[in-house]
Design a protein around this ligand. Structure first.
Ligand code: PBG
Length: 326
């Protein structure tokens, strides 16, 4: 038998040895937890397609933020399920809108938490589209005004970061200008730069009651088949003043994360979306997979591909798992 000089197994012999040569490490600060705020008090309504995730009234949002902070999570992204919706998404930029209230609540109960506000209109429009609709078409430039207004009102409520997710052309530039004009130069923009028209958003649309009433989002969100276009989207957002870039969803788009990591120096976020979470939960509930291990393996793969930050419904659980492995 020939002498084997190179043996890869030498470095896998014990857990401590494996830890010494580990290339990718997750930390609690990598995770951003999405929360869904709703009206009422003491409301904690589980989203049926997302076990463990709830619609939370503003008071409950405060408690959830405290628990997450305790577990090591340092960032939250807030969404809303407003009481009423209309054609022009009034709830998105109302001073006492649900998200605005939730932002204030988190700022007062956990002042050190980094509060991110998702900036979109679909949760607030009666038709469920991410912009202003006329003749069944989403009108880009009119939507920009409303998105900019929304971002300013979120900044006024105390958001440190706004995260435009409507996929309107020019939204980052319009929001930057509006924030600067109103004295919010310090508020950062996390651009959903590369957001695909994905079936993995299904459970989220239950949580935010935001499924489009007609048609779909393919005329503004990206085609899953396109990779070069992702670079173009990221370049546009960078040139408009984005402080972070994001790729969404995460696991089906690890190649895109890798490409963006190599071509851009901005912090890169990945959104491990509702459907990705729901699939792990469902398989685990059937006893077909080990949830803890699949969760950590999935999050590790997203970081290994190039993400600095991961938006995930598993943020708290993953942070706790990391703490217990110490
Ligand atoms: C708002 C928005 C969506 C998600 C994040 N921001 C829904 C959509 O585009 O339909 C999806 C998040 C998830 O699925 O977890 N536009």
């Amino acid at each position: 038998m020939p002498e084997l000089i190179n043996r890869a197994r030498r470095l896998r012999k014990s857990e401590n040895l494996r830890a010494l040569v580990r290339e990718t490490r997750l930390a609690p600060e990598d995770f951003i937890l999405p929360l869904f705020a709703c009206g009422g008090e003491n409301v904690r309504r589980e989203i049926s397609s997302m076990p463990g995730v709830h619609n939370l009234s503003v008071d409950e949002i405060g408690r959830e933020a405290e628990n997450a902070y305790e577990a090591g999570v340092r960032g939250l992204i807030l969404f809303a399920l407003p009481e009423s919706k209309d054609e022009v998404a009034s709830g998105a930029y109302a001073e006492d809108g649900i998200v605005q209230q939730a932002i204030r609540k988190v700022r007062s109960s956990v002042p050190d938490m980094v509060v991110i506000a998702d900036t979109c209109l679909c949760e607030y429009t009666s038709h469920g589209h991410c912009g202003v609709v006329r003749d069944e078409e989403v009108i880009n430039d009119e939507s920009l005004e409303l998105l900019a207004r929304t971002a300013v009102s979120q900044a006024q409520a105390g958001a440190a970061i706004v995260a435009p997710s409507a996929m309107m052309d020019g939204q980052v530039g319009a929001i930057r200008e509006a924030l600067d004009d109103t004295g919010f130069q310090h508020v950062a923009i996390m651009a959903y730069a590369v957001k695909y028209a994905s079936a993995f958003y299904g459970p989220f649309r239950e949580a935010a009651d935001s499924a489009p009433a007609f048609g779909d989002r393919r005329a503004y969100q990206m085609d899953a088949a396109n990779a070069r276009e992702a670079i173009r989207e990221a370049e546009l957002d960078q040139s408009e003043g984005a402080d972070f870039l994001m790729v969404k969803p995460a696991t089906c788009y690890l190649d895109i994360l890798r490409t963006l990591r190599e071509r851009f120096d901005l912090p890169l976020a990945a959104y491990h979306v509702s459907g990705e979470y729901a699939m792990i939960k469902a398989a685990a509930q059937k006893g077909w997979i080990d949830e803890q291990r699949v969760m950590m393996e999935t999050l590790t793969s997203i970081k290994r591909a190039g993400a600095d930050l991961i938006l995930t419904y598993y943020a708290r659980e993953a942070a706790k798992t990391l703490a217990s492995n110490r």
